[in-house]
Design a protein around this ligand. Structure first.
Ligand code: ATP
Ligand code: MG
Length: 263
């Protein structure tokens, strides 16, 4: 699927991700707005230097601890998440005992089924939120995202919402749920409203999250609780913004050193 992108192209990885989203758009898994959302994420990833920052690692560790200590955790899946990290999400759900629920801004039965199929191919045994199963409603939301599974998100204490938008995050928090978000934009309402915010590209953070959850599970619940007690999301979010600032300062210095070269 990425035959037309030369491996030595300086932006090969980024182009391959675009290609993957386009392929999944054609398969009706990704919505057209998902392509735009990815572009917004890419811009922030550039500012971050396309690497996982220390604050992101801290948020990943807290997220693994929160999923492992939850009574009833659900990982909410949209088109982009399914296209980019289906296999990692399935692994994460298995390790942490979380459910997987499909939740779409632009819900259609065709898309639900396509995403369910992809998740099952990636090894998911059960997928919540498909068809009539998504019969409950989140208060305060008007779109199709309002619909949730009464056995999934509706009764969850912890909901992980990779690549989610602000309204839905806010509504889930108002329902008393703890929300874990993955969002490259530390300024978005999602990033600001979530209980734990991982400011990183989902393709980099998902495998680290799987590995961290595996390790923490062996260390036990006491260790998880300690991590959560020492975690302050607002402070960590501020440090994620500082990580962008530091990267930009470094780039500004490098650019200044080349001053005059292009004359
Ligand atoms: P909000 O409604 O929370 O203020 P928004 O309107 O920017 O934010 P959307 O456009 O609905 O949110 O969702 C896209 C969000 O997902 C963007 O903030 C973008 O940074 C983020 N995003 C897109 N692709 C990725 C990715 N691969 N990894 C992490 N985050 C991503
Ligand atoms: Mg939005």
């Amino acid at each position: 699927m990425t035959d037309n992108i030369p491996a030595d192209h300086p932006r090969a990885q980024s182009l391959q991700l675009r290609e993957r989203l386009i392929v999944h758009f054609r398969e009706k898994i990704v919505a057209v707005s998902g392509l735009i959302a990815h572009g917004r994420g890419e811009a922030f990833d550039y500012l971050l230097g396309e690497k996982t920052s220390k604050p992101a690692l801290k948020a990943i560790s807290a997220s693994a601890a929160m999923l492992l200590t939850a009574e009833n955790a659900v990982i909410s899946i949209n088109g982009n998440t399914a296209a980019l990290v289906a296999a990692e999400i399935v692994k994460l759900a298995k390790i942490t005992g979380s459910k997987i629920e499909v939740n779409l801004f632009y819900r259609s039965h065709e898309r639900e089924i396509a995403i369910e199929k992809l998740l099952k191919k990636a090894g998911a045994s059960e997928v919540f939120g498909i068809g009539k199963k998504a019969s409950a409603k989140i208060p305060e939301l008007s779109s199709e995202r309002r619909r949730v599974d009464p056995q999934g998100i509706l009764v969850a204490d912890v909901v992980m919402v990779p690549l989610e938008d602000g309204d839905r995050t806010e509504a889930l928090v108002k329902m008393g749920k703890k929300v874990i978000a993955v969002d490259l934009n530390p300024l978005s309402r999602t990033a600001q409203e979530a209980t734990i915010t991982i400011v990183d590209n989902i393709v980099r953070s998902a495998p680290i999250l799987v590995e961290t959850a595996e390790k923490l599970k062996k260390q036990g619940l006491k260790k998880c609780k300690e991590i959560l007690q020492g975690y302050d999301n607002k402070k960590n979010l501020a440090n994620s913004i500082i990580a962008i600032e530091e990267n930009l300062s470094k780039l500004a210095t490098q650019t200044a050193h080349t001053s005059g070269e292009g004359k």
